[in-house]
Design a protein around this ligand. Structure first.
Ligand SMILES: [Zn+2]
Length: 821
């Protein structure tokens, strides 16, 4: 009878919680959450095995380049000639080759320009004006794009016999028709002559260009990438990768480079690969310093700040040619300026010494000499735990590019204030961006994914290892991933978020999606699902399997399962293939006492329970009113005096009969002294996660139980109930007490809920002066300024008078003469 009250309350509570939820509780059942990814995954092939490793017939193309280029500083123009040696390792015969001409993103008819969209300006209502907002950057960028005459100019394309080949330019790509089909294992030589104008990125920065730092309009800093015609990728999955350049990064093939760069003679050049002719471009002293830096404990200046300062005061009319060679890289980039300071330090990677080096102008000081090369060395050390750095150098260069990676070399913009001071944001921003951009050597420079298709496979992986590495820099390092955590959780909980498995060009919020959500997913997988040891083993395996090869998403997912020995389909489905989020809730707890069936025990207990039940006001008042049966005792019968809780001989006999029918172990269970709890859990976000349950006992002790996510396999409508036995009474149950599972709503993680504490600030509306007051104030200020000027003139005059009367100071003779005039 009394049970109706709690039941009614309970359903009311449930109804109000459901109303309070933005997207409502998930209706997904366990069989949907844990269905295998058979339909989502591409079928394994001879080139990509079911284990996630490269298949026994894996192949990829090879492209070797030899480039000669010269820089015209006055015209900001690069002209080059390159010989491409293309080796067809595919089983296919190729009749044409596709080349990427990324500079065509700056041509007048570029797709990237034509498809640019803008912030909507709200339409005014009838009779009203439309009013909107636009950043200086957005309009300035639009204007710059109108004015700038860019794009690759292709002078000629020839084959190995110096015979002209037909080529067709399509947007940011060029098709070269071969005079004879290129058979499997065959090699084709292409000679391309080209040139393009470099863009000023001082104000409107993209991935490459030149910069004049404020206050120096004579000495540009060049950060050069996407600069030479590059062979497009051809793979077993897609054939030619034909996604054009609209601003995203790229997919390329591995090969060796020989590069000769002719630049003004006073330039310092940083580039992918090793310098081949130090004797011709560096002074004897600089070469000696470079040798010292190889075994130094701290970065050593190869070009000092003073030397850079002296160099930028004059401009050499001569040129010098720097020669570099790089092995097994997928791209090539360089930076150069006469403003560059250069420091270097050798870092031990196994038996080898890798040169960590930084290039920056005096304007980047004192931040860069203190942190840049250290950050490079730190990256080599900690990313190296997953895969040792294979290249001979790792470079960090300052320029106008916010942060961009290329094999062995990276560009970063961060600088201190002009007065040399810097905020914590500038300091940690620099360290983090260097770790990030140098970290990109692993993803996608070594583990070579196609970022135009799957941005998360490098940005996400890299942001994740960046955070792992930052954890080794200093205690409580302010990782951006931590700062962004709340934003990512809000993003995941919002209704317009996208699955991580969204093609790069279709992602609406790249930072939240490809970078932060992927990094968060991997952090949860490492810290809370697999544990560090198992995760690191599997992730290391992925890096080793796919180093210098081209992985696809399934190759990663399959390898992680294969190497961790865990079915993670549910994790990858939830985190990568859906837009679900984590929101686990504990919605109900019942503490139950086992009935002993012994009437001498159960009946008094039942009576006590009944007596303790709340009396509603009506019942309490009724109890006090006079009763007819009291006035007419004859009305009473057996039932008026019968105590239903009294133990009878029949009860005791029935109990003995009942016991006889039980097995001994069953009789034992009846005597169980423990408390029984049935707890209701709900998966409101859709992402199944482990239940990390902390029990707070009435004696102020606690214990935590970790229940694997597979507990949700049999969930219905996102709900499960679970039974717990406890020797001590439980006072409170808390889910995910350490906030490790990316749960977007922690307010439903405790039963009973907790009062939240916080602070409150009183505010007051600032009263603005009215226009009359403003005018009055302006007049007063003008009068004050005038008075101050008069005062200063008077003081100057008095000083001059006084000086006239003074005896002559021989040290100040010329000055005296001047003032006396
Ligand atoms: Zn990145």
């Amino acid at each position: 009878m009394h049970r109706t009250i709690p039941l009614a309350l309970c359903s009311l509570l449930l109804a109000s919680t459901a109303l309070g939820q933005e997207s409502g509780p998930t209706s997904k059942n366990g069989d949907e959450l844990f269905r295998q990814l058979d339909q989502e995954f591409v079928t394994p092939t001879r080139t990509r095995a079911a284990s996630g490793a490269p298949g026994h017939a894996y192949w990829q193309q090879r492209v070797d380049y030899s480039i000669e280029a010269s820089l015209d500083e006055d015209k900001h123009r690069i002209s080059g000639r390159e010989t491409i040696r293309y080796t067809n390792n595919s089983p296919d015969t190729l009749r044409y080759l596709w080349v990427q001409l990324d500079q065509n993103i700056h041509s007048k008819d570029a797709e990237a320009l034509r498809i640019r969209t803008t912030t909507p300006i709200p339409q005014g209502r009838a009779g009203e004006e439309a009013k909107g907002e636009l950043s200086y950057w957005a309009l300035g960028f639009e204007r710059m794009r109108q004015d700038f005459k860019g794009g690759h100019r292709i002078e000629s394309v020839k084959d190995g016999q110096n015979k002209a080949l037909r080529f067709t330019i399509v947007g940011t790509m060029m098709r070269v028709d071969l005079s004879a089909p290129l058979a499997p294992k065959g090699t084709q030589v292409l000679s391309v002559a080209w040139s393009y104008t470099i863009r000023d990125i001082s104000h409107y920065s993209t991935r490459t260009g030149y910069e004049y730092i404020k206050g120096d309009d004579k000495n540009p800093i060049y950060t050069i990438a996407h600069w030479y015609p590059r062979m497009a990728a051809y793979s077993d999955r897609y054939g030619w990768h034909v996604h054009h350049y609209v601003g995203e990064e790229f997919a390329l093939e591995f090969g060796d480079f020989k590069v000769r760069l002719t630049v003004p003679a006073d330039y310092v050049i940083a580039a992918t690969g090793e310098l081949q002719n130090a004797g011709q471009v560096l002074s004897k002293e600089q070469r000696a310093r470079f040798e010292t830096s190889k075994t130094a404990k701290q970065p050593v200046f190869v070009v000092t700040p003073e030397e850079a300062q002296a160099t930028e005061k004059k401009r050499s009319k001569e040129t010098k040619t720097w020669e570099f060679a790089a092995k097994n890289v997928r791209d090539y980039a360089w930076a150069g300026s006469r403003k560059y300071i250069w420091d270097a330090q050798g870092v031990k990677v196994g038996e080898r010494t890798v040169m960590a080096m930084s290039y920056y102008p005096n304007e980047a000081e004192p931040l860069w000499s203190k942190y840049s090369t250290h950050a490079v060395a730190h990256t080599l050390e900690h990313y190296g735990r997953y895969l040792p750095y294979p290249y001979p150098v790792a470079l960090s260069c300052n320029g106008a590019v916010g942060g961009m990676e290329h094999p062995m070399i990276s560009f970063q913009r961060a600088r201190p204030e002009p007065d040399g001071t810097y905020s914590p944001r500038q300091k940690y921003g620099l360290i983090s961006v260097i770790i990030h951009e140098v970290g990109h050597n692993w993803f996608p420079m070594i583990v070579n994914n196609d970022e135009r298709r799957w941005r998360w496979m490098d940005e996400g992986f890299n942001s994740f290892v960046q955070q792992v590495s930052e954890g080794f820099w200093e205690e409580d390092y302010p990782s951006r991933n931590d700062a962004r955590r709340k934003r990512v959780l809000d993003y995941m909980a919002a209704s317009d978020d996208q699955p991580i498995m969204t093609n790069t060009s279709l992602i609406l919020q790249g930072g939240n999606n490809a970078y932060s959500k992927t990094a968060l997913a991997l952090t949860v997988l490492r810290e809370s699902i697999l544990g560090r040891e198992l995760f690191d083993f599997a992730f290391r395996e992925y890096c080793h399997r796919w180093a210098f090869k081209r992985p696809m998403p399934e190759d990663f997912f399959r390898t992680m399962e294969d190497a961790s020995g865990q079915d993670l389909d549910w994790f990858f489905r939830g985190w990568f293939y859906t837009a679900d989020h984590v929101d686990l809730a504990v919605t109900g707890v019942r503490e139950l006492t086992l009935e002993t069936r012994d009437p001498d025990v159960d009946k008094p207990l039942a009576k006590a329970r009944e007596d303790s039940q709340t009396q509603r006001p009506r019942q309490a008042r009724n109890a006090r009113q006079p009763k007819r049966v009291d006035r007419h005792p004859g009305l009473r019968d057996f039932y008026n005096d019968h105590d239903e809780h009294a133990v009878t001989a029949a009860d005791r006999k029935a109990y003995q009969e009942f016991l006889k029918k039980l097995e001994p172990h069953e009789r034992q269970l009846l005597k169980l002294q423990q408390k029984i709890y049935v707890v209701d859990f709900e998966n409101r976000g859709g992402l199944p996660m482990p239940l990390i349950v902390t029990f707070h006992y009435s004696d102020a002790t606690q214990s935590t139980l970790r229940i694997p996510a597979s507990v949700w396999r049999r969930s219905q409508g996102g709900k499960i109930s679970k039974l717990f036995l406890s020797k001590k009474p439980i006072a409170r149950i808390v889910l995910d007490a350490q906030d490790e599972l990316a749960d977007t709503d922690l307010s439903n993680n405790a039963y009973p809920q907790q009062i939240q504490s916080g602070s409150l600030r009183l505010t007051k509306d600032d009263k603005k002066p009215n226009p009359m007051q403003e005018l009055k104030k302006a007049r007063e200020e003008a009068a004050k300024e005038e008075a101050a000027k008069e005062e200063a003139a008077k003081a100057e005059k008095a000083k001059a008078e006084k000086a006239k009367g003074k005896p002559m100071d021989p040290n100040k003779a010329p000055k005296q003469g001047k003032t006396g005039r």
